[in-house]
Design a binder for this molecule. Structure first.
Ligand code: HEM
Length: 125
C-alpha cells in the first residue's frame, strides 16, 4: 500500500553572514537625500558624514556635545560641522555602531540659463 504523506517543507533561508535577529537595518543600504531628510528630529535622527549615513537616534542622548546640536543638523549632510568639532578617530570608534548605509551621490542641479533667456524673450513680446 502506498500511503505517502508528502509533507511540504519550506526551507528557512537566512541571508549569508547576517544575524537577522540583531541586524534589523541593512548597513549596505544606499539612501537618497530625500530619504535622509525624513529622519530629521529627536527620536528619529539620521545624519550623513562624508557620504556615510548614521542613525544617531539612540546615541543623541549620550552625545557629549548634546542632543540639541545633533537635532539641528538631523536629516542633513553634517560633514563640515562634524569636522569643526571632532577628529577622525571619533568615527573610527563609533562608526560601526551607528552606520546604516551610504548616501547616494546625486547629480548637482544645474542652473538653467535657457530658462532665464526664454523668460526674457517672452517678456519682450
Ligand atoms: C556620528 C556622529 C557623532 C559622534 C559619534 C560624535 C561624538 C562626539 C564625542 C565622542 C564627543 C566628545 C568629545 C571628543 O571626544 O572629541 C563629541 C563632542 C561634541 N560634538 Fe559630537 N559627535 C557626532 C556628531 C556631531 C555633530 C554632527 C556635531 C555638530 C553639528 C557635533 C558637535 C559636537 C560638539 C559641539 C561637541 C563638544 C565639543 C567640545 O566640548 O569641545 N557632534 N561628539
Amino acid at each position: 500500500m502506498t500511503d505517502e504523506t508528502t509533507a511540504t517543507v519550506t526551507p528557512v533561508v537566512q541571508p549569508e553572514g547576517t544575524d537577522a535577529q540583531t541586524t534589523p537595518i541593512n548597513v549596505d543600504e544606499i539612501y537618497t537625500k530625500d530619504e535622509l531628510v525624513l529622519h530629521n528630529r529627536d527620536g528619529d535622527l539620521w545624519i550623513a558624514i562624508d557620504g556615510v549615513v548614521y542613525d544617531l537616534t539612540k546615541f543623541s542622548g549620550e552625545h557629549p556635545g548634546g542632543t540639541k546640536i545633533l537635532v539641528g543638523v538631523a536629516g542633513t549632510d553634517a560633514s563640515k560641522k562634524f569636522r569643526k568639532y571632532h577628529g577622525d578617530n571619533i568615527l573610527q570608534r563609533y562608526a560601526q555602531d551607528y552606520r546604516i548605509g551610504t548616501l547616494k551621490v546625486e547629480a548637482q542641479a544645474r542652473k538653467s540659463k535657457v530658462g532665464l533667456f526664454s523668460r526674457l524673450k517672452r517678456e519682450k513680446k
